[in-house]
Design a protein around this ligand. Structure first.
Ligand SMILES: *Cc1c(COP(=O)(O)O)cnc(C)c1O
Length: 362
């Protein structure tokens, strides 16, 4: 076995996906499984597909291209506003994309027409989180311009994000406004716009609480299914598994050392000045994983009696005094043993993109 490893428990991901799909189905909502948390891993998309998700969505074309190349038979949605320089790849790789720039949509439309292809677009509307999307007051002018499309781009609906840039949560009011934006666009354009899409995990709470308008029919979701958490809503989702994704690193040194450094201290390698509390001699385990692989503020030891002390580029130091005291003397932690952690979303992303961390499905 190679370490560090990020282990993906397929049974738990499958179970979470099915639970979410079931909840959403009851409310007439299709789920699009977001794959960016694991860098567009086709194995994740396949689990989503088995659970009945409608499509796979990602922020990066490179990730969607992995799904296409792996032949995962699912619709693919690009969620990040397309770069004007990637439109050729976009129509090749994705079936649908979220868009908010009129010049990009027009260029995409022309390109599609020239190639005899179609591409579906959901118009992003900013409901207050202040990242991408049309602002309410712009809708009439946008509709005016979009009426000139030549038929390569097929407008399918509207979409919005919650809690991405500013932490704005979904509410009955802002979701009703989103539906109203769809209605206004549809009326001004004289077309049907069947899709109303929302994201991400923080929307689950609104669905549970039953205040999502009936016209909202698409949810884009990642964090909840993978980690069972809702960072924006500040909760562990009670009906989902929380340890489907774990990070495991190997111990390379174990020593009893003082808890306060010896000598005058300046700044450590990352420009920080750590604060130390004297707890006497402690048993410290040095793990072969570091800040280059994972952000230590974003992982939690699975054992509650293991405590993170600090980390440098290539090492994570944990205090195992308490954990060791619960074992017999010759059973203590030693080099070659491993310690596992639960990641928060940013740590999972970091591990998924680190070439030093193996991602293993089991
Ligand atoms: C990442 C992302 C999501 C999924 O968000 P989670 O909170 O991780 O479920 C949805 N929509 C967009 C546009 C995203 O970028």
């Amino acid at each position: 076995m190679k370490y560090p490893v990020m282990t993906i428990n397929e049974a738990k991901i499958r179970q979470n996906s099915r639970t979410v799909a079931g909840l959403c189905r009851k409310h007439g909502i299709d789920v699009w499984g977001v794959t960016k948390g694991l860098s567009g891993d086709p194995r994740l998309a396949s689990l989503y597909r088995e659970a009945g998700f409608k499509g796979a969505a990602d922020s990066r074309l490179r990730n969607l291209e992995k799904l296409r190349e792996a032949g995962v038979p699912m619709l693919r949605q690009l969620m990040r506003i397309a770069m004007p320089s990637e439109l050729e790849e976009l129509i090749h790789t994705a079936d649908v994309s979220l868009q908010s720039e009129l010049s990009t949509i027009k260029a995409l439309d022309k390109l599609c027409a020239a190639k005899g292809k179609n591409h579906d677009v959901l118009l992003m509307v900013d409901m207050g989180d202040l990242r991408e999307g049309f602002w309410q007051t712009e809708l009439p002018r946008a509709a005016e311009e979009l009426r000139g499309l030549v038929g390569g781009v097929r407008l399918k609906g509207v979409a919005t994000n919650y809690a991405c840039a500013s932490g704005v949560l979904p509410s009955r009011e802002n979701m009703e406004n989103l539906v109203r934006s769809r209605d206004r666009f549809a009326e001004m354009l004289g077309v049907e716009l069947p899709v109303v899409s929302v994201g991400g995990t923080c929307c689950l709470k609104s669905i549970e609480d039953g205040f999502v308008p009936g016209d909202v029919n698409q949810l884009r979701l990642c964090e909840g299914v993978l980690l069972g958490t809702d960072t924006a809503g500040g909760r562990e989702i009670p009906y989902l598994e929380h340890d489907a994704v774990t990070i495991t690193a190997e111990i390379v040194e174990c020593r009893h050392k003082p808890s306060v450094p010896v000598g005058e201290t300046g700044f450590q390698a990352f420009g920080e000045k750590p604060v130390f509390i004297n707890r006497g001699m402690r048993k410290r385990a040095l793990l072969a994983i570091g800040r280059q692989d994972v952000n230590m503020d974003r992982i939690t030891p699975i054992r509650r009696d293991v405590h993170i002390v600090t980390a440098s580029s290539d090492h994570l130091i944990v205090d195992v005094t308490e954990a060791d005291s619960t074992r017999s003397p010759d059973e203590g932690y030693k080099p070659g043993d491993t310690i596992s952690f639960r990641p928060l979303y940013p740590a999972m992303l970091a591990c998924a993109t680190s070439e030093y961390v193996e991602v293993r499905f089991e």
